[in-house]
Design a protein around this ligand. Structure first.
Ligand code: GLC
Length: 538
């Protein structure tokens, strides 16, 4: 058997992202928390999840909803305390699930004591924990780097006359990862959370920790003026000097030794859309998993879908983290055309992602087939929406989970919730659990199917001889095909005829019935639909 790397429990695991603020409110303040999550862990086990990633729960002024950490070694009171975290761990472990904490090493909050000391006293040793530069030659910011959230990536400290670097908000100053003291701090932070019992960490902005030593200007690719969305403006530059620096992978080689000692895994938020570049960062002795974000920004056409599946598989093998949604992006049902078509495509893609080696992650609500929420401008929290006129921001995918017919659809007993409940009773977990034809049951069936893939070859071979619009790969004896085109495709053209169809995403027509026999073999694949056939069986 091939060496599938450590830790063994990660092999074939299915992950699930819990956006803590909106998952379940246990203390009735309108905001999700650890005790609320604790009460819903049985649901995740029922769904078939192996690894629960919880978004940051550390003390934070919440300028970026917790991705601005002011203390890495304790828990934000509105989310609970260390005892609650232990309860989550114990319950998850007793249900056979692992838990990942979300560490934010690219930047701290400006309220972190390190940054306060750095600002108060330029001679303090903490000054060099951050990135400071003198103004550029004509005055103003030191270079052309811009923030993901809008405006320059630099803010002036009037007292010292120097600028600090921040790839996100000014309230999120970037750490200086060339400083060994910063590395030592985070090694202790990792040790701390692994000792508390965390099984993995998700590493925020994992591709950006080390910046160019000379802080050179990024080459400009387009004109950002007039573009409302700051993340689109960000793409007007080739980020060779602020993101994806090869030196960053060295940090993870050190972290990997710590993780291995605890049988834990490192999951990087590696937002690099070039698979070869990603492979430079996700090495066999570094990050265990590099999340691959291209499915979240791709166009829906067969050529693109194939490339988005094949390229990372070729470059990273079983170290790819597959995601089609997250707390940062428009939901896939809406991106892929909305309504029934959007749901069908999202489900078809889900089958294709779950069929590949690597670690697939679902984002809360994806299993329910939820579309984006409509949030009136005055109720938006995301700094992207607050700081950029005309930008919708990320609240559309961050609204409370719809659970049942309780208050705020079972999310919270509070009078008001931090973002409004945006869905209907028919969308809820309870309603979908009661309906065997629901999206939820379809996703659960796919996860169950995947549990049978543990011994399959780690290589997927993409097929060239399929009709236009069809994407397919073979993994061992199994053949996975997706109709990524706009027309119905007859199965006789797909190499499926005569083989046992194990599953298809149209509601499981060919799933075995109670007597174990398969229904009528399908004759066609509708747009967005996918299936898996066993070519070893006749
Ligand atoms: C990551 C997080 C995102 C956050 C950003 C800055 O991309 O997923 O929510 O705003 O990092 O920490």
């Amino acid at each position: 058997m091939t060496d599938r790397g450590s830790p063994a429990w990660l092999h074939n695991a299915v992950g699930y992202e819990v956006y803590l603020r909106s998952f379940a409110d246990g203390n009735g303040d309108g905001l999700g928390d650890l005790i609320g999550l604790h009460g819903r862990l049985d649901y995740l086990a029922w769904l078939g999840v192996d690894l629960v990633w919880i978004t940051p729960f550390f003390p934070s002024p919440m300028a970026d909803q917790g991705y601005d950490v002011s203390d890495y070694l304790s828990i934000e009171p509105c989310f609970g305390d260390l005892g609650d975290f232990k309860r989550v761990l114990e319950r998850a472990h007793s249900l056979g699930m692992r838990v990942a904490a979300d560490i934010v090493p690219n930047h701290t909050s400006s309220e972190h004591p390190w940054f306060k000391a750095a600002l108060d006293d330029p001679d303090s040793p903490y000054r060099d924990y951050y990135l400071w530069r003198d103004p550029g030659p004509g005055g103003g910011p030191p270079n052309n780097w811009i923030s993901h959230f809008g405006g320059p990536a630099w803010t002036l400290d009037p007292r010292s006359g120097q600028y600090w670097c921040h790839l996100f908000l000014a309230e999120q100053p970037d750490l200086n990862w060339r400083n060994p003291a910063v590395r030592a701090e985070f090694e202790q932070i990792l040790e701390f959370w692994f000792r508390q019992g965390a099984d993995a960490i998700r590493i925020d902005v994992a591709h950006a920790l080390v910046k160019d030593e000379q802080f050179r200007d990024n080459p400009q690719l387009g004109d950002p003026s007039g573009i409302a969305n700051p993340r689109t403006r960000f793409r007007c530059f080739d980020h060779v000097y602020d993101l994806g620096r090869p030196e960053t992978s060295d940090i993870y080689r050190g972290w990997r030794k710590i993780a291995d000692r605890h049988d834990a895994a490192l999951i990087g938020e590696t937002y690099l859309l070039d698979a070869d570049e990603l492979a430079g960062l996700v090495t066999p002795d570094g990050l265990n998993v590099g999340l691959w974000f291209a499915p979240m920004s791709m166009q829906w056409d067969a050529e693109t879908v194939r490339a988005v599946l094949e390229e990372p598989h070729r470059a990273l093998g079983s170290q790819v983290g597959w995601v089609q949604s997250s707390h940062d992006e428009s939901r896939p049902v809406s991106r892929f055309g909305g309504g029934a078509l959007g749901r069908q495509r999202s489900l078809g893609l889900c089958l294709m992602l779950l069929g590949l080696p690597g670690t697939p992650f679902l984002y809360q609500g994806e299993e329910l087939g939820l579309p984006d929420a409509q949030i009136p401008a005055g109720l938006r929290h995301d700094p992207i929406a607050r700081l950029n006129e005309g930008a919708t921001g990320r609240d559309v995918c961050r609204t409370p989970m719809p659970w049942d017919d309780g208050p705020h659809l079972g999310f919270s007993g509070a009078a008001a919730t931090w973002l409004p409940q945006a869905y209907d009773i028919a969308d809820t977990v309870a309603a979908q659990q009661a309906d065997p034809d629901s999206h939820l049951h379809a996703v659960r069936a796919l996860i169950e199917l995947r549990s049978g893939f543990a011994d399959l070859s780690d290589e997927a071979v993409f097929l060239d001889d399929l009709p236009a619009g069809i994407v397919g790969y073979r993994r061992g004896d199994l053949l996975f095909v997706l109709n990524a085109g706009d027309t119905v495709a007859g199965l006789e053209t797909l190499g499926v005829s005569g083989h046992q169809v194990l599953h298809r995403t149209d509601g499981g027509l060919s799933a075995p019935d109670e007597a174990g026999s398969l229904g009528e073999p399908p004759t066609a694949l509708t747009p967005g639909e996918a299936l898996v056939a066993d070519t070893g069986a006749h």
